[in-house]
Design a protein. Structure first.
Length: 198
């Protein structure tokens, strides 16, 4: 998965320098920014520069599913765990073992599920739905959000302990309107990209 973050502004250069330092640490990273600024691209850059390249890269959109489905997606379930569970399903944590689990829109995750996520981050294991056996996982968790999580914490909408567990490294991506000097570089990149297609 090749990934390149385009730009020469001081804000982008600072991010590039930080990515080089963080890529092989497996420290928890949370990426902030408005929708469309390139948060997932930053995650892909971290993955491609890390020693986990070639290992699983799994994305979970925390805003796309209701709680019950998100929980089973993340942690998996055993056959017969609930109506319709006709076979065992590996969750995203298990699928991402050895690699990266990207939790997109982490600010939309409910408090009960935040608690279960915190348990995995603290202990390195989880229990699939309907199972009595814990599963260990070596997964680098990288999260992204367009929420102001500090504000959400004050309102009781995001767990403080999970916030500090996730945000060992915080990366904020400035919107393009605040770094107009990057626009020519992006235009040049996309012109080259699209002209090679024809």
């Amino acid at each position: 998965m090749a990934a390149k973050f385009i730009g020469k502004s001081p804000a982008i250069e600072n991010i590039k320098d930080l990515l080089k330092v963080v890529a092989n640490t497996a420290l928890s990273v949370i990426i902030y920014g408005e929708t469309g600024v390139g948060k997932e691209l930053i995650v892909q850059c971290l993955y491609s520069k890390s020693n986990r390249t070639g290992k699983p890269f799994v994305k979970v959109n925390c805003a796309a599913l209701p709680d019950t489905l998100l929980e089973s997606e993340m942690f998996g379930y055993e056959q017969g765990a609930f109506t319709g569970a006709e076979r065992r399903k590996r969750g995203k944590f298990e699928q991402a073992h050895g690699g990266v689990l990207f939790l997109d829109e982490i600010g939309d995750m409910s408090l009960p599920l935040q608690s279960k996520l915190l348990h995995v981050l603290q202990g390195g294991d989880f229990t699939p739905l309907g199972s009595e056996k814990a599963v260990s996982t070596d997964t680098w968790v990288i999260a992204a959000t367009n929420h102001e999580l500090e504000h959400d914490m004050q309102n009781g909408e995001f767990r403080e302990d999970l916030y500090y567990r996730l945000s060992t490294i915080k990366i904020y991506i400035e919107p393009l309107r605040n770094r107009p000097e990057d626009i020519p570089h992006l235009i040049e990149h996309y012109i080259k990209d699209y002209t090679t297609m024809f």
